[in-house]
Write a protein that binds this ligand. Structure first.
Ligand code: ADQ
Length: 509
C-alpha cells in the first residue's frame, strides 16, 4: 500500500482534535492519516531569524508529524500577507478587503519553494502526495521542479470564486497554471468545480476531455469531494464527561430559556455582524421572547495580525453591546459573546444543549460546525439547524432551515420558525441530516480523494523518480510567465461512519 503524505500550511498537533482549538483542517488532516502510513508535513507555527530547513519529527496520536520553522518575513509576507490578506478575502468574495503587495507574492512563492526543497527528499517512489489549501497552491509545481513525479493531489478547503472575481487577482493566470502540475484538484462543492472549469475554459483557453481539463499544455482531473466529520470520534466525544458537564452547565444557565448557539472563528467570512443584526431583528419582531431566549456566540479571535480581523472584532463587540444595552435587565441578558476556545468535547455538550444551531457564513467552503451541531443532538429531542445558503454544507444539508445571511428579516423568521417547530418535524429533519453526517464522513472523503488521485495519475509507479540524486528533470514548456528558464534544466536534487456507536442510519431502520 502506498504511503500518504499530507501537506498543509500549519500542522496542528493531531492530539488537539480533542483539546481544541481546532480548525477544520486539523480535524481532517489527522483523520486522513490515522489509518494510513505516511506523515503530515507543514509549518511548526514558529518563526526564526533565518530559515534553516531543519525538520522536527515526532509521533503524535499515531501520526508522524514533520515540521519546519519559517522566518519572520515568511510569516508576514506569505501567511499574513498573500494567503490571508490577498487570497482568503478574494476566495470568500470580499474583494473590498483584498490587499496585495509585491512582497506578499514573493513571500508566497518563496515559502512554497522552501516547502518543496525540504519535502522532496523525503518522498519515496510509491508515495501519494496530498496538498491542502490556499497557502500551498504552487507547491505541486515546486515539487515537480524538484523532480518529484509521484501522483500529487490538491484539495481546496475554501470556496473557489466565480471567474469575474478571480480575475481581479493580479497574476491570476500564474496561479491556475501552477495547478496544472497536479494530477487531481479537489473542491468542496460542484459549484466550485464549475467556477474553476469556467475559468479554465473561458480565460485560459482550455478544454474538457472527458473527466479531464486541459490547459497550459497539461491536464488534470477536477472534482468535488465534500469534507465530513470524524463522526464516530465526535459521537464518542459527545458522550464524554466533559461534554455532559458542559451540556448540564448550559442547560442550568439557560433554564426556562431556549438556547441559540453560534460557534465560529472570528472571521468576516462567517457573517457574525449580519447574524447579530438578524438576532436583533428577531427581538424587535418578537419582544415577548426577550426573556425566553439566550443566544450564545462563541467566537475565538483569529489572524489578529491582519487589520480586517481587528475591525471585525470591534464591530462584533459593539453590536453585541448594543443588543444587550437595548434588551438586558438586572437579571437577564439576551446574548453572550465569548471570545475563547473550548475543547471539542465541551463544544459537543454546548451544541447538544442548544435548541438552535445558528450557522450563517457569508461564504464558506463547507462549514464543519453545521455537521458537528447535527451530530451532537439528542435523537429523541433534536434541535434545529439554521444554515446559510452560502455554506458548502447547504448543498448537502437541505433539511436545515436555509437562509440568506444578508437578510436580517430572513434570519429572524428562521429563528421564529425553529423555536415553534413541532418535535416530529425536528426529528424528521434531523434524521435526514444525520444520515448524511454518518454516511459522508471524513473517511469517505479521504478514501474517495485517495482513490481518485491514484486513478488520475497517469504515471505508473515504475516510472516515478525519487529526487535523491542530481538528474535531468523534464518539464513541458508552458505559456505562462512563471517559468522562463526553458523546457529542460539541470536539477541538483534535495536541498536546492455507519459504524458510529449510538447511531444507526434511518434507512436501515
Ligand atoms: P474553518 O474556516 O476553520 O475551516 P469550519 O469548517 O467551520 O471552518 O471548522 C471550524 C472548526 O473549528 C470546527 O471543527 C469547530 O468545532 C472548531 N472551532 C470553532 N470555534 C471553536 C472554539 N471556540 N473552540 C474550539 N473549537 C472551535 C476551513 C474552511 C471550511 C471547511 C473546513 C474543512 O473555511 O469551510 O469546512 O476548512 O474543510
Amino acid at each position: 500500500m502506498s504511503r500518504l503524505i499530507v501537506v498543509s500550511n500549519r500542522v496542528t498537533a493531531p492530539e488537539s482534535r480533542t483539546r481544541g482549538p481546532a480548525g477544520g483542517l486539523a480535524v481532517a488532516g489527522s483523520a486522513a492519516l490515522r489509518e494510513y502510513s505516511g506523515f503530515w508535513f507543514g509549518w511548526s507555527g514558529r518563526t526564526t531569524e533565518t530559515f534553516t530547513g531543519e525538520i522536527e519529527r515526532r509521533l503524535a496520536d499515531d501520526v508522524t508529524v514533520m515540521t519546519i520553522d519559517l522566518e519572520e518575513a515568511d510569516f508576514q509576507e506569505y501567511y499574513n500577507g498573500y494567503a490571508n490578506a490577498a487570497l482568503w478575502p478574494l476566495f470568500h468574495y470580499r474583494i473590498d478587503l483584498t490587499a496585495d503587495d509585491r512582497s506578499y507574492g514573493e513571500g508566497y512563492e518563496r515559502v512554497n519553494r522552501r516547502f518543496a526543497e525540504t519535502l522532496a527528499p523525503l518522498i519515496q517512489p510509491d508515495d501519494l502526495v496530498w496538498i491542502h489549501d490556499y497557502h500551498l497552491i504552487p507547491l505541486g509545481r515546486e515539487l515537480r521542479r524538484q523532480g518529484v513525479t509521484n501522483p500529487i493531489g490538491f484539495f481546496l478547503h475554501i470556496p473557489w470564486p466565480a471567474p469575474q472575481l478571480f480575475t481581479t487577482l493580479p497574476r491570476h493566470q500564474q496561479l491556475v497554471a501552477a495547478m496544472f502540475d497536479y494530477d487531481l484538484v479537489g473542491f468542496q462543492t460542484a459549484e466550485c468545480v464549475a467556477a474553476f472549469e469556467a475559468y479554465v475554459l473561458d480565460e485560459a483557453g482550455g478544454r474538457r476531455d472527458g473527466a479531464r481539463l486541459s490547459a497550459f499544455g497539461r491536464s488534470l482531473r477536477a472534482d468535488a469531494f465534500p469534507i465530513g466529520l470524524d463522526t464516530p470520534d465526535f459521537l464518542a466525544l459527545g458522550r464524554s464527561p466533559d461534554a455532559e458537564r458542559a451540556c448540564d452547565r448550559m442547560r442550568a444557565h439557560g433554564v426556562f430559556r431556549q438556547l441559540i448557539v453560534g460557534v465560529d472563528r472570528l472571521d468576516y467570512s462567517k457573517g457574525l455582524p449580519e447574524r447579530l443584526l438578524g438576532f436583533e431583528r428577531y427581538l424587535q419582531d418578537h419582544p415577548e421572547m426577550v426573556r425566553k431566549v439566550l443566544y450564545l456566540q462563541i467566537a475565538p479571535s483569529s489572524r489578529e495580525g491582519v487589520e480586517a480581523y481587528q475591525t471585525l472584532r470591534a464591530n462584533v463587540l459593539a453590536l453585541g453591546g448594543r443588543i444587550n444595552a437595548a434588551w438586558a435587565e438586572m437579571d437577564h441578558a439576551p446574548m453572550l459573546c465569548v471570545n475563547r476556545n473550548y475543547s471539542r468535547a465541551e463544544l459537543a455538550g454546548i451544541y447538544r444543549a442548544a435548541r438552535i444551531g445558528l450557522v450563517t457564513p457569508l461564504r464558506d467552503g463547507m462549514n464543519l460546525v453545521a455537521k458537528e451541531y447535527v451530530a451532537a443532538q439528542d435523537p429523541a429531542d433534536p434541535g434545529v439547524l439554521v444554515l446559510s445558503r452560502f455554506a458548502g454544507a447547504a448543498r448537502q444539508m437541505t433539511d436545515a432551515l436555509i437562509v440568506n445571511p444578508y437578510a436580517p428579516e430572513e434570519l429572524a423568521d428562521a429563528l421564529h420558525a425553529a423555536l415553534a417547530m413541532p418535535l416530529a418535524e425536528r426529528v424528521r429533519r434531523w434524521e435526514a441530516m444525520m444520515d448524511g453526517v454518518v454516511r459522508d464522513d471524513v473517511r469517505t472523503w479521504r478514501d474517495r480523494f485517495v482513490a481518485a488521485l491514484e486513478a488520475a495519475s497517469e504515471r505508473p509507479v515504475s516510472e516515478r523518480q525519487t529526487p535523491a540524486a542530481p538528474r535531468f528533470a523534464a518539464r513541458s514548456p508552458r505559456p505562462d510567465a512563471i517559468d522562463s528558464a526553458g523546457a529542460y534544466e539541470l536539477r541538483s536534487g534535495p536541498g536546492s461512519a455507519a459504524s458510529a456507536p449510538g447511531w444507526r442510519p434511518t434507512a436501515l431502520g
